[in-house]
Design a protein around this ligand. Structure first.
Ligand code: PLP
Length: 359
């Protein structure tokens, strides 16, 4: 077996011990004589799996009683439409534009109502989080939408915007369970699981219960939150296997000491890379100051040929998928929860060596 260091932005690295457990339970899941993939979603065994996954996520994120946890399909991209379809009352919402995902979310919401872009960082290739004050928001808006962590550009909201009584909706796809958030500050949180939680196929939604009860009339059954609330996410066949792996990842994270412990480790991992980048004469971080993501770290040399050389040599040395998104160029190291500290240390050592050879 040879595992490499996977710096992919998504699907992302999963904890090795979780993969081993999945492997060990593949042919005979805990005496059931079959894998979770082959099992009825109405079985007792699967009911235990989904209930335990929800309970552990509630424990990890300290999710209050009046919030529902849903396991959906369609990825974060389906939430771009589900959010307005279910939350529009006055049919207008405020969006903060911090990157490609925010733009896609706005484009979907515009199909059903008025989208007010309150702030944007597009003027500088989204390399910062715009300054936001409460006066910018419309108190009549149905919600305010933000992307807490911008996977492509490597920015993160350093604090939550002051939205007053308007529900705050967050696309948390690339930093859910990587740091502590007070869930009661949000109306709705959603995340495609394939960045920090599980294989692709399951989307987590955490919704304050009073937001789910009046979807727009046109909303299809499958796109109503109430459908999944009423059926405990079992209206139709859910993504059983992905939910099972998500549950194992939640168990793993609880064993690591929970969100506070992983947040500390994530800060340390990010600091290792940023500290090196800030003193390097070759590499440079594309994001400055407090808006830096601790999950996705883009960096450049300023010379695209040298970037390509670095990516090639890093790949050969077992540091995989470091190529940056085409809209930023250069490199991007995604260092999700499951990326070991050693992986970041080894990457920094490799970068130092490359710098010495190429200055
Ligand atoms: C990856 C990502 C998405 C898209 O997720 P899908 O599950 O592929 O639809 C949306 N928002 C953010 C912030 C992402 O990182």
């Amino acid at each position: 077996m040879s595992r490499i260091y996977n710096f992919s932005a998504g699907p992302g690295v999963l904890p090795e011990s979780v993969l081993q457990k999945v492997q060990a339970e593949m042919l005979d899941y805990r005496g059931n004589g079959m894998s979770v993939m082959e099992m009825s979603h109405r079985s007792k065994a699967f009911d235990d799996i989904i209930k335990k996954a929800e309970a552990d996520l509630r424990k990890l994120m300290q999710i209050p009683e009046n919030y529902k946890v849903l396991f959906l399909q369609g990825g974060a991209s389906t939430q771009f439409a589900m959010v307005p379809l279910n939350l529009f009352r006055n049919k207008k919402a405020d969006y903060v534009n911090t990157g490609s995902w925010s733009k896609k979310a706005m484009a979907e919401a515009r199909r059903y109502g008025e989208v007010n872009m309150v702030a944007s960082s597009e003027d500088q290739t989204f390399n910062y989080i715009p300054e936001i004050t409460q006066e910018m928001f419309d108190s009549e808006a149905d919600y305010v939408h933000i992307t807490t962590n911008n996977t492509i550009y490597g920015t993160r909201f350093p604090s939550l915007p002051p939205v007053g009584d308007v529900p705050l909706v967050a696309d948390m796809s690339s930093n859910i369970i990587s740091q502590y958030y007070d869930v009661s500050k949000f109306g709705l949180i959603y995340a495609g699981a394939q960045k920090n939680i599980a294989p692709a196929g399951v989307t987590i939604v955490i919704i304050k219960d009073d937001l789910a009860d009046s979807p727009l009339e046109i909303t299809p059954t499958m796109l109503r939150y109430s459908t999944y609330i009423e059926s405990d996410s079992l209206f139709n066949t859910p993504p059983c296997f992905a939910i099972y792996v998500a549950g194992l990842v939640f168990e793993w994270l609880l064993d690591q000491g929970g969100i506070k412990a992983i947040e500390k480790q994530n800060n340390e991992k990010a600091a290792l890379l940023y500290n090196y980048l800030d003193q390097s004469a070759l590499f440079e971080s594309t994001v400055k100051g407090a808006d830096r993501s601790i999950m996705n770290i883009p960096y450049v040399t300023g010379n695209s040929e040298l970037d390509a050389k670095f990516i090639k040599e890093a790949d050969d040395a077992g540091f995989k998928t470091l190529k940056g998104h085409r809209s930023v160029g250069g490199m991007r190291a995604s260092i999700y929860n499951a990326m070991p500290v050693q992986g970041v240390k080894d990457l920094v050592a490799f970068m130092k060596d490359f710098e010495n050879k190429n200055k």
